[in-house]
Design a protein around this ligand. Structure first.
Ligand code: CA
Length: 253
């Protein structure tokens, strides 16, 4: 008891080999232990605006939440509500901005965020970016993709293999900013020393398998961001690619 986790982390985003712009964005703050990946969509500059604005709002909200609750620890339900509120705060702001600027109409973004607080990792998630936990040589996907194909896989209408090749595999069923509010998944897990957490956009997980991600992280640690982005690009790099890798290190308090 009494120990808490410090982190070291690296993030990398790349526009890939085909697209002219990068609509992905990320934030990696090891001091605050807040990590966010967002994958924007929408014509013109919409995708970039949606992902960057969302990240800015969520990071600022978390700074404020952590500052306000330094003295008394938050309960898990309180933390889930605050994270969900923050993603909805971002959704409302992106939605309102799209109303003000017609050329940004219809923009939206995925958001996957992780907050390490004390001995727990709290996360909130909308869309098809992912959070993975890597522990003792194994990789676990903590988030579920909010995508048409993954819902069909869950319903038994498509196999995993069919989903990977499916024309509509990029269609997501929930997003931040497309409407004023969205249903946000939240959860937590107890962090253990030497855990790795990896957040990424579909530009990575669509090109590099979970097992390959796992083996790169155990070979290179947080510096696996470089070979992972290279692998996605070598395989075509049709999408923007973003990855943030966090390592939990125990710190006595
Ligand atoms: Ca993408």
């Amino acid at each position: 008891m009494g120990s808490e986790y410090s982190t070291n982390a690296r993030g990398l985003t790349h526009k890939g080999m085909v697209r002219k712009s990068n609509q992905d964005a990320f934030s990696s703050d090891s001091d605050q232990r807040t990590f966010v990946v967002a994958d924007g969509m929408g014509g013109h500059a919409g995708g970039e605006v949606a992902s960057n604005l969302s990240i800015e709002i969520i990071r600022d909200d978390l700074t404020q939440i952590l500052k306000n609750n330094q003295e008394s620890p938050l309960t898990n339900p309180e933390m889930f509500r605050l994270l969900s509120d923050s993603l909805n705060h971002a959704s409302t702001k992106v939605y309102e901005k799209a109303l003000e600027e017609p050329n940004l109409k219809g923009m939206g973004t995925t958001v996957t965020m992780l907050q390490i607080l004390g001995q727990n990792g709290y996360y909130a998630h909308v869309g098809d970016s992912r959070l993975y936990l890597l522990r003792c040589g194994y990789i676990y996907q903590l988030t579920s993709d909010h995508s048409l194909v993954s819902e069909q896989v869950e319903a038994g209408l498509l196999t995993e293999e069919e989903a990977e090749m499916h024309q509509l595999r990029n269609v997501i069923t929930r997003s931040i900013g497309y409407q004023e509010t969205e249903y946000v998944d939240t959860d937590f897990f107890p962090v253990r020393k030497d855990d790795f957490l990896l957040l990424c956009s579909d530009g990575l997980h669509g090109k590099v398998s979970d097992q390959e991600i796992c083996s790169q992280v155990y070979q290179h640690g947080v510096d696996a961001v470089d070979p992972l982005v290279d692998l996605a690009n070598e395989r075509g790099g049709e999408d923007n690619i973003t990855v943030v890798i966090v390592k939990a290190r125990e710190k006595r308090s």
